[in-house]
Design a protein around this ligand. Structure first.
Ligand SMILES: Cc1cc2nc3c(=O)[nH]c(=O)nc-3n(C[C@H](O)[C@H](O)[C@H](O)COP(=O)(O)OP(=O)(O)OC[C@H]3O[C@@H](n4cnc5c(N)ncnc54)[C@H](O)[C@@H]3O)c2cc1C
Length: 323
């Protein structure tokens, strides 16, 4: 790193410490993506900031933007593969921003840092149906909204009435139907912070909802690796193919294939799992690229990543957007 870059980072650090102290938000150094993501790989992060309330989160990103400090939101890190290098930006960790779930009739208001599996249990107990298919998806509500998480016939976008986002330092509500909810993709912009949502669900018998949740759970247990370090499905299913990506990779005989610390799961071929204390993102990425190349060569299909690849790019999206 050049002297100029070092000086810029030192100035940024000072500004950031002042902002965090003023807003009373915890700011830590010395964390690694390997601790913060479910794949348990990835390099050092300059700063991790952990707001606890929606108001605090809205205020802090506004101040960071004003100061020109790049940041990225992170929920539970269950859909992120961050590379092994040093990441010179701020990670806004939302897992402390849990808030409280408020249920009024068929409406449920929840903060972005709340656990999605926990929410599924809460609403099932309250006799509200519509997200029981999502019960086995690890992660936060914010991460699920960001990528329109879905499973077993349910997607979060279809039941989202409003989303609270951070705009100019304030919590602002936007209607769910103004957002495009696509397959594992939404129209939220890079650098936009989601603070919470109100879901509209359908009243049903708690016992029937629980039965459906149990069914989904046993189907997951039968078909997916559990207790393994993964990020769920690595690739999206190809739109033009009748086969799912897992089946395509399995039929190429790639289950169990290994690159260093990364393995194609022997249970589900669209899961890459990592092993060992010093597992490397590079191994997972090169294994993923090998899969993509073979699928392209042998099937003529261009696989698209479902997992997000986070590069240690000094210019993260929230800065780019400002330009
Ligand atoms: C075993 C396993 C099974 C899985 N099964 C499924 C499945 O069936 N269906 C499915 O859809 N996914 C599945 N996933 C993937 C993952 O769990 C989901 O994508 C989940 O919704 C991600 O939530 P997260 O909090 O971990 O998000 P993260 O991984 O932390 O972040 C994902 C993206 O969301 C952004 N983000 C997170 N929070 C916010 C916020 N508050 N505001 C703005 N942006 C934000 C991040 O910047 C990042 O771009 C699985 C993962 C695992 C490990």
């Amino acid at each position: 790193m050049s002297e100029v870059e070092q000086k810029e980072l030192a100035e940024r650090d000072q500004a950031l410490e002042q902002i965090a102290a003023r807003l009373g938000v915890r700011a830590e150094r010395g964390r690694r993506f390997a601790e913060l993501t479910s794949l348990r790989v990835g390099g050092a992060i300059d700063w991790v900031i952990s707001p606890e309330t929606e108001e605090q989160a809205a205020a802090i990103v506004h101040e960071l933007d004003q100061a020109g400090i790049g940041w990225r939101p992170l929920g539970s890190g269950s859909n992120v593969l961050a590379d092994d290098h040093d990441h010179h930006y701020v990670v806004l960790s939302l897992s402390e921003m849990k808030g409280e779930v408020r249920i009024e009739d068929d409406r449920v208001s929840v903060s972005a840092g709340y656990s999605l599996p926990r929410l599924c249990i809460d609403v099932a107990r309250a006799g509200l149906s519509g997200i029981e298919g999502l019960g086995g998806i690890p992660g936060t509500v914010g991460g699920a909204l960001w990528m329109n998480a879905g499973a077993f016939g349910h997607e979060i976008g279809t039941v989202t009435e409003t989303v609270r986002v951070a705009r100019a330092g304030k919590v602002t509500e936007v209607p769910g139907d103004s957002i495009e909810w696509n397959y594992r993709r939404t129209s939220f912009r890079e650098g936009e912070l989601l603070l919470g949502a109100t879901l509209r669900l359908t009243p049903d018998e708690p016992d029937s909802i629980k039965e459906r949740m149990d069914d989904v759970k046993s189907r997951r247990l039968a078909t997916q690796p559990h207790g393994a370090r993964s990020a769920g499905c690595f690739f999206k299913n190809p739109p033009a193919s009748t086969s799912g990506t897992g089946k395509i990779i399995d039929e190429m005989g790639m289950k169990g294939q290994r690159r260093g610390s990364a393995i194609v799961s022997p249970v589900h071929a669209n899961f890459i799992v990592t092993e060992g204390e010093n597992a490397r993102a590079e191994d997972a990425l090169s294994l993923a690229e090998e899969i993509r190349e073979r699928v392209k060569l042998e099937q003529g299909i261009e696989l698209e990543y479902e997992v997000e690849l986070w590069r240690s790019n000094p210019e993260p999206p929230s800065e780019k957007q400002e330009q």
